[in-house]
Write a protein that binds this ligand. Structure first.
Ligand code: R5P
Length: 289
């Protein structure tokens, strides 16, 4: 078994190979001036390979994985795993208006055709609870970073209050709180558009408290920023945030900085300066099992 990594995620790929004590090889990607991708795989692949690439900026990456899978199969590879700690297109799980594509179903079905096994971390499953419903025809494994997050938070010098910024985040906040004994709360959220959300804090006293906002993903950063602003208005002493997937689209980091967030922490599901938690041990354990 070999890890096939990509330049944009090579540190994580190498760490996973090390945790599994297997060879790391890299897929070469060339982008032509018109935006097309040329994909070149190493030769002499084993019967079983693991592509390790997170699926932020998904459109090019999906095409590149499609091309890479074709070559691997042509080379005789019999079992292909995708390790994508951040899995794209999971949020659009319904047609909310006539004519809308249900991306989760379509992309999930496609991934199930390409790969024998897909492993991800804290996927955004809202209306379904089993990743196999989104990715049929493959072994679909959904891991959670909550235990690693709990270990990280348990080591903070002063015990914070955990705040989930919306009802969907309750699953992660509650699990971390159960593992650490930390106090936890969940806010209410109303989304009016991609970059426009309102946060309603629960009715408790945040004055002089140290808060960690915990969520699965920060995309535009507006959810966390609005929660942080409300917390500061309520007299919180310090507001930090911890997310599994630091997507941080466009101006998200500036938005979070402007909201006076002290520390921005994340897992290395997506490569970013805020990474403080490495997922390799979690992923390796799932692969070994
Ligand atoms: C949504 O329910 C998710 O859990 C996140 O809260 C959301 O995706 C964050 O998006 P943004 O950073 O754009 O507010």
């Amino acid at each position: 078994m070999q890890i096939l990594g990509f330049k944009d995620y090579h540190n994580q790929g190498k760490r996973l190979a090390k945790a599994l004590a297997i060879e790391y090889l890299e897929v070469a990607i060339h982008h032509f001036p018109d935006g097309e991708s040329k994909v070149t795989l190493p030769n002499n692949l084993d019967n079983e390979v693991i592509f390790c690439r997170s699926m932020d900026h998904p459109n090019d990456k999906l095409i590149e994985l499609f091309l890479a899978c074709e070559v691997a199969r042509q080379q005789g590879v019999r079992h292909i795993t995708l390790v994508a700690p951040y899995l794209c297109y999971m949020r659009q799980d319904n047609a909310f208006n006539p004519g809308e594509a249900v991306s989760q179903k379509t992309i999930g079905r496609w991934l199930g055709q390409l790969f024998d096994r897909v492993i991800t971390v804290d996927p955004h499953l809202h209306r379904i609870n089993d990743l196999n419903q989104a990715i049929p025809n493959a072994e679909a494994i959904s891991l959670s970073a909550t235990t690693l997050m709990a270990a990280f938070l348990a080591n903070r010098p002063n015990p914070p209050v955990l705040l989930g910024p919306d009802s969907e985040s309750e699953q992660w906040v509650k699990t971390i709180a159960e593992q650490t004994g930390l106090e936890w709360q969940v806010a209410g959220k109303q989304r009016h558009g991609d970059r426009n959300v309102d946060i309603m804090l629960p009715d408790i006293n945040f004055k002089d408290r140290i808060i960690v906002i915990v969520d699965d993903v920060a995309s535009t950063g507006r959810t966390i920023a609005q929660a942080a602003k409300a917390l500061h208005q309520s007299g919180a002493q310090t507001v930090n945030c911890l997310v599994t997937h630091p997507l941080f689209a466009d101006d998200a980091e500036q938005v979070l900085t402007n909201a006076c967030i002290n520390h921005i922490w994340s897992t290395d599901s997506i490569d970013h300066d805020s990474n403080v938690i490495q997922l390799a041990p979690l992923l390796a354990e799932a692969i070994k099992y």
